[in-house]
Design a protein around this ligand. Structure first.
Ligand SMILES: NC(=O)c1ccc[n+]([C@@H]2O[C@H](COP(=O)([O-])OP(=O)(O)OC[C@H]3O[C@@H](n4cnc5c(N)ncnc54)[C@H](OP(=O)(O)O)[C@@H]3O)[C@@H](O)[C@H]2O)c1
Length: 253
């Protein structure tokens, strides 16, 4: 059976995911089909209609639901793609003390940021060959616990840890796994997280360009790197988080 070289992107309807799609179509002419996953089908279809020459499969799935993994798994069985790039990008955060944020919003966050990323990865790996890439979108929030983003920072620490260990396991298959840890980007993330005007720290942190993050992480993945963080300030933060006791740094947040 002829297997199409395929890229799969979760959270492709906006922000970083949408940018990954745009960039891959420009940088990787060998990719024959794209699977775009998010809840908002209209947004995905709009993105596809702007790229009429690119073969796309729109999968409107809510990744906080177990049934979505069944639908995704069935699609893989049916189409048997040759997945050359998997980008697990769907995710969200919420700002506030954990005890004050509705529990469902936080358990869904854990499910989307951790469970769905794990399920999509493990379902897809059997369809990947030597030389293929997995990009897992974490955050600088993965480097140490962040009060008022307690659940979010914990989910991203999971993503980073899962990525590092899986990377070792998949080395023998020749599949590279990269964790991307961006600083704040101007996307819908801010409004979903209800951060606007509520966090002095977030408002003063330097912004990372969405295109720059997407472009550099694709290049780093292709070079076989393990972790990508942009901007000197966030690279330094990562080193500090490795060297100093977390309690000490958390007092300054
Ligand atoms: N922006 C930042 O400051 C920042 C910084 C570091 C890391 N990140 C990470 O970057 C990734 C992308 O975020 P972004 O900044 O591009 O924000 P965004 O514009 O809000 O994008 C989030 C994407 O996730 C999808 N999504 C949300 N809930 C979903 C669900 N239940 N099922 C399926 N898809 C779902 C959204 O699509 P639908 O709403 O259509 O479902 C959307 O496409 C996230 O993992 C985020 O944690 C963001």
């Amino acid at each position: 059976m002829f297997r199409l070289k395929t890229a799969i992107i979760t959270g492709a309807s906006s922000g970083l995911g949408k940018e990954y799609f745009k960039l891959l179509t420009e940088l990787c002419p060998d990719i024959e089909e794209y699977w775009l996953i998010a809840r908002r089908e209209d947004k995905l279809k709009e993105i596809v209609s702007c790229n009429p020459k690119v073969k796309c499969l729109v999968l409107p799935l809510d990744l906080t639901k177990n049934e979505s993994f069944d639908i995704y798994g069935q699609k893989l069985t049916e189409k048997k793609p040759d997945v050359v790039m998997l980008i697990n990008n769907a995710g969200y955060g919420k700002l506030g003390d954990a005890v004050n944020i509705p529990i469902r919003q936080q358990t869904d966050m854990v499910f989307l940021n951790c469970t769905s990323l794990t399920a999509i990865t493990l379902l897809t790996v059997p369809y990947m060959k030597e030389g293929s890439n997995i990009i897992q979108v974490a955050s600088i929030a993965a480097f140490l616990p962040i009060p008022r983003m307690t659940v979010y920072s914990s989910t991203k620490a999971y993503v980073l840890s899962f990525t590092k260990a899986l990377r070792r396991e998949l080395k023998k298959k020749g599949i590279n796994v990269l964790a991307v840890c961006p600083g704040p980007m101007e996307t819908e993330f801010t409004s979903v997280a209800e951060i606007d005007g509520k966090s002095t720290l977030f408002s003063i942190l330097p912004r990372c360009g969405v295109r720059e993050v997407a472009y550099n992480s694709i290049i780093k993945a292709k070079k076989g790197k393990a972790v990508y963080t942009n901007k000197t300030i966030y690279k330094t933060y990562r080193i500090i988080a490795k060297l100093l006791p977390h309690n000490l740094i958390m007092k300054k947040l």
